[in-house]
Design a protein around this ligand. Structure first.
Ligand SMILES: Cc1cc2nc3c(=O)[nH]c(=O)nc-3n(C[C@H](O)[C@H](O)[C@H](O)COP(=O)(O)OP(=O)(O)OC[C@H]3O[C@@H](n4cnc5c(N)ncnc54)[C@H](O)[C@@H]3O)c2cc1C
Length: 423
C-alpha cells in the first residue's frame, strides 16, 4: 500500500468507529451484522453526499461568492458520483446481508420505492455524463436532471421507513430531510424573486456578423465587472430556459448588457429580440473580476467571445478614469470575428496604459500577431511575469492551452484566474 494512503485509511476506520457508536449497531467484526452496519453507513454517507450536491447547485450567494459557481459545479459532480456509488453499494450489501442471514431477499412497497429512487439516480447521472455524446439538447438534459428533486424525497421515505423511530439514525435522516426542504425552498424562492422583478430590453445592437448585444432596463443588481448572470428571455409570450452570460456592461453604465455570439438554438435567436421584450435576470455570479485580486498588473487573455468579461472590466476602468497598465491578448480566427473594435480604439486613446494585441489564427494577410498565443509572444509584450495577475477567458481548449503556456513560464497558479464559458 502507498504510504500516502495510510492517513486516508486511518480516517476511514475512525469514521467507521464513530459511525458504529453513532448508530449503536451491534458490530460483529466478521458476522452478518457487520454487513448490515456497513450497508447502513454507506447509505447514510451516500444520502449526505447527494444532499451536498443539491446545496452546491442551489446558487446560494454567500457560498458562490467565495468559491465561484464553476468550482461548485465541479464539486457537485464529484459529490453526485460519490453519492451514487455509496447508495449502490448500500443496496448490494443489504441484499448480501439478507441472503446470508435469511436465505432470501425481502421486498415491500418501501423497498420498491428505494429501488425506484436508486434506478432513477442511475438514469439521471448516466444522462448527465453522456448527454453531449448522445446528442441530447442541453434543455432536455437539464429537465431530466431536475427529476432528482423527486427522487431524493423517495429515497428519504425509504430510509426513514427502515430507521427505528427515536434512534440516532432516524434523527440524522430527519436532519437531511429538513436541509433538503430548506434548499428546495431557497431555490423556488430565488426563482420567484427573479420573476417578481422583470427587466425590459431597451436596445438590440449588432456588434459583428454573428454577435449581438442586448441592453436591459430594470432593478439593476450590484455587480463587479467580469461577473455573469443567468437570463431568461420572454419573447412573444414564450419563456426561454435560463442561460449564463457575462455581464458585458460596466457597473458604471446606465443599462446592464450581455453580448451573446450565435452558437446554438438559443443564441441564434438573440437577433430576433425586440426592444420592449422582457427578461428575467438572476445576477450576479462568478468571481472573475480584477477587483477580486487587487494585487498585480492585469494581463488579459480572451478567446473569441471570451472578450466580454474584459470589456466589462475595461469599460469600468475607462469610466472611472483609472488609467493603469493593462495588456489584452485577444485570440480570434480572423478579424471578421472582432467586435468592439472602435470602442477599444477610443479606450486606447484615453488610456495610454492599455495595450490590445489581437492574434489571428486563420488569416494569413493579418498584419499583427498570427497563430496561437505562446510563451515567447507573451513575454515579448509583458517582459516580466512579476507583479502581474493573469486572467484567461474563452473556449475550454484555448483557455487550457494559454494556462499551460503561463505555467511553463513559471507563473504561479495563484496568479492565474480563469472563467470557462461552460458549466
Ligand atoms: C459563465 C459563463 C459566461 C458566458 N458568457 C458568454 C458571453 O458573454 N457570450 C457568449 O456568447 N456566450 C457566453 N457563454 C456561453 C453561453 O452560455 C452558451 O453559448 C449558450 O448558453 C449556448 O446556448 P445555445 O442554446 O445557443 O447553444 P447550444 O448548442 O444549445 O449549447 C452549446 C453549449 O452551451 C452550453 N449551454 C447550452 N445551454 C445552456 C444553459 N441553459 N446553461 C448553461 N450552459 C448551456 C452547453 O455546454 C452546450 O453544450 C457563457 C457561459 C458561461 C458558463
Amino acid at each position: 500500500m502507498k504510504i500516502q494512503r495510510l492517513p486516508v485509511l486511518t480516517a476511514l476506520l475512525l469514521l467507521a468507529a464513530a459511525a458504529a457508536w453513532f448508530f449503536r449497531v451491534d458490530v460483529g467484526l466478521f458476522g452478518e451484522n457487520y454487513l448490515r452496519f456497513v450497508s447502513l453507513l454507506l447509505a447514510a454517507l451516500g444520502l449526505a453526499s447527494i444532499l451536498v450536491q443539491f446545496i452546491l447547485v442551489s446558487r446560494i450567494k454567500s457560498l458562490e461568492s467565495g468559491f465561484g459557481l464553476d468550482r461548485m459545479l465541479r464539486w457537485h459532480r464529484v459529490f453526485g458520483r460519490a453519492g451514487l456509488i455509496l447508495v449502490t453499494l448500500h443496496a448490494v450489501l443489504i441484499i448480501a446481508f439478507q441472503l446470508l442471514q435469511f436465505g432470501e431477499v425481502f421486498l415491500n412497497l418501501f423497498i420498491l420505492i428505494g429501488i425506484l429512487g436508486l434506478l432513477g439516480f442511475m438514469v439521471t447521472a448516466g444522462v448527465a455524463s453522456t448527454y453531449k455524446k448522445i446528442g441530447l439538447a442541453y434543455e432536455t438534459w437539464r429537465n431530466i436532471h431536475l427529476v432528482n428533486y423527486v427522487l431524493f424525497p423517495l429515497v428519504m421515505i425509504h430510509a426513514l421507513y427502515h430507521a427505528a423511530p427515536g434512534s440516532l439514525l432516524y434523527y440524522y435522516l430527519l436532519l437531511l430531510a429538513f436541509l433538503f426542504l430548506a434548499v428546495a425552498f431557497y431555490r423556488v424562492a430565488r426563482i420567484a424573486a427573479v420573476r417578481r422583478n422583470p427587466f425590459e430590453v431597451v436596445e438590440v445592437r449588432q456588434e459583428a456578423e454573428d454577435i449581438w448585444s442586448l441592453f436591459f432596463k430594470g432593478p439593476r443588481p450590484e455587480y463587479k465587472p467580469g461577473q455573469f448572470m443567468f437570463i431568461q428571455l420572454l419573447r412573444n409570450g414564450e419563456l426561454s430556459s435560463p442561460h449564463p452570460f457575462t455581464i458585458s456592461s460596466s457597473p458604471t453604465a446606465e443599462y446592464i448588457s450581455i453580448t451573446p455570439k450565435e452558437l446554438g438554438d438559443f443564441t441564434s435567436t438573440i437577433k430576433n429580440t425586440k426592444p420592449g421584450d422582457r427578461a428575467f435576470i438572476d445576477a450576479p455570479y462568478g468571481i472573475f473580476s480584477f477587483l477580486n485580486y487587487a494585487g498585480g498588473e492585469p494581463v488579459f487573455f480572451a478567446g473569441g467571445i471570451g472578450i466580454t468579461p474584459f470589456m466589462s472590466m475595461l469599460r469600468y476602468m475607462f469610466d472611472r478614469k483609472q488609467d493603469q497598465k493593462v495588456t489584452l491578448f485577444w485570440a480570434n480566427r480572423s478579424e471578421k470575428n472582432l467586435c468592439f473594435r472602435e470602442e477599444l480604439e477610443l479606450m486606447k486613446k484615453e488610456m495610454p496604459g492599455l495595450r490590445v494585441i489581437p492574434v489571428m489564427s486563420n488569416q494569413p494577410d493579418w498584419q499583427g500577431e498570427k497563430g496561437h498565443i505562446k510563451g515567447p509572444m507573451i513575454m515579448n509584450y509583458i517582459e516580466t511575469i512579476d507583479n502581474k495577475d493573469f486572467y484567461v477567458c474563452g473556449p475550454p481548449g484555448m483557455s487550457r492551452a494559454v494556462i499551460n503556456e503561463l505555467k511553463q513560464l513559471n507563473v504561479s497558479p495563484v496568479a492565474i484566474h480563469s472563467e470557462l464559458f461552460e458549466l
